[in-house]
Design a protein around this ligand. Sequence first.
Ligand code: FAD
Length: 519
Amino acid sequence: FKIALVFLLSITISRDHTATSTPQPPPSSRLSLETMRFDGNLSFENIQHASKDFGNRFHLMPTAVLYPKSTSNIAQIIKHVFNLGLTSHLTVAARGHGHSLEGQALAPDGVVIDMESYKSPAMTFHAREKHPYVDVSAGELWINILHESLKRGLTPKSWTDYLHLTVGGTLSNAGISGQAFRHGPQINNVYRLQIVTGRGDVATCSDEQNADLFNAALGGLGQFGIITEARIALEPAPTKVKWIRALYSDFTTFTNDQERLISHSRDAFDYLEGFVVINRTGLLNNWRSSFNPMDPVQAEQFTSEGRILFCLELAKYFNVEDVGEIEREVDSLLTELSYIRSTLFLSEVSYVDFLDRVHVSEMKLRENDLWDVPHPWLNLLVPRSSIHGFAEEVFHNIVKDTSNGPVLIYPVNKSRWKNGTSLVTPDEDVFYLVAFLSSAMSSSVGRDGLDALLARNRRIVKFVGESKLGIKQYLPHYTTTQEWMAHFGDKWEVFLRRKMAYDPLAILAPGQRIFPRAN
Ligand code: FAD
């Protein structure tokens, strides 16, 4: 085992595996796939869609796309590639909704497994259990799970801001949104997984059964197996949401209020996020807001007129019969906060409209051809002790405006997050998610162009590296093993051990660029 570990580590370190330097597979790789005997649909034609993702910066063609009919199809293809051993370059990537940003769901010259087309098992609800749950195919979109759960008066607890993503895709990262301070990320709210490992073995895992594989796969960047099924925790669903925004001009006041709210012993709100407003104009400035404040005059103050403003975003869930009580509670909670008094935006929407809010903006952007553009996003997890130093440098010196997409900033509470998963977070109990969600206008070469936004991201990453502020990337993207080792820190050894155990030839998820295929 130790020899194998050293072998994988040595090929890992000795190769520079950037996106464009993928070795060409020998023609026999395709031939070996073509001669496979099995009842799945393995397609070699019309597979261009599997060569790109939402980030729209990497275009790398696979050799084939598998549309699985069963878990055993997935196991067969992986076993086939595994048995080719060191003689082959073939790799395999699960593709959920393909909403990665840096080509993570691509398999250059390999096999992409189209998980979204795989709808087995059908969603099965266990609503009467003490802790209700739903069993779903890992290729299921969260939006579909929401709609089906609501028919039974239930809902998953933890979300991403955008629901047109697959279960397998978000569980391979974490799934963080405004509910994470309270329920932990989505990887906290899953009871069981079925996984096909990189050896082609099918395993069921949970905290009680095959716990090491379970923890490896959660936040595991697709490195240890293809998740085929998941058991998702549910709770009773509310019907309505009080959706609140308020502005701050002072960063310390803003973060003090955010931190007080997430530490609130009564769990005062159900959702907490926030964003930064710097010199904003244009459609993209609020592409994920879809917000309808009660007083439109107040909404006009949303342009920051050269100043940096910080917007707190809160939600309180309720049922219609409790509206009076909820309004009193929200009013009382708001009096404790120190936002600029004239900037309170308060709206009431249905629970489903609140959760699916980004989709409304997606439609608007699609109408304007602004959705399928390059997305040079950068997501960071910043420890509480570093957030002021980070904000001072980044918001005042590096980020000149937020017109080309939102910049989110909100704290979460690690004490409520599951330990032992593959997810890497800062080493403090409270840390902030800071997300630069830019869209590059393909026609633009200036401030909003791709090159300018990438240069801005590089400056932020350089500052993060040099400042030693303990900041980690979320949805991480690196191209060298040294960078990955630094990212994982003292979790690297466990990550590597798990890789050796579950995918020793490094067949899976090559688009993450952590381990090159062993050959
Ligand atoms: P894909 O892009 O298809 O795959 C992602 C990675 O997971 C790839 O490496 C792939 O090989 C692997 N993978 C996919 N399916 C499986 C599987 N079944 N088993 C094993 N590995 C698998 N993230 C947040 O946490 N919070 C947010 O609020 C949030 N908002 C977003 C909003 C938008 C508009 C977008 C585009 C992304 C957002 N994300 C957010 C990021 C998102 O969670 C990840 O990019 C996620 O991976 C996308 O899911 P997907 O189904 O498209 O996965």
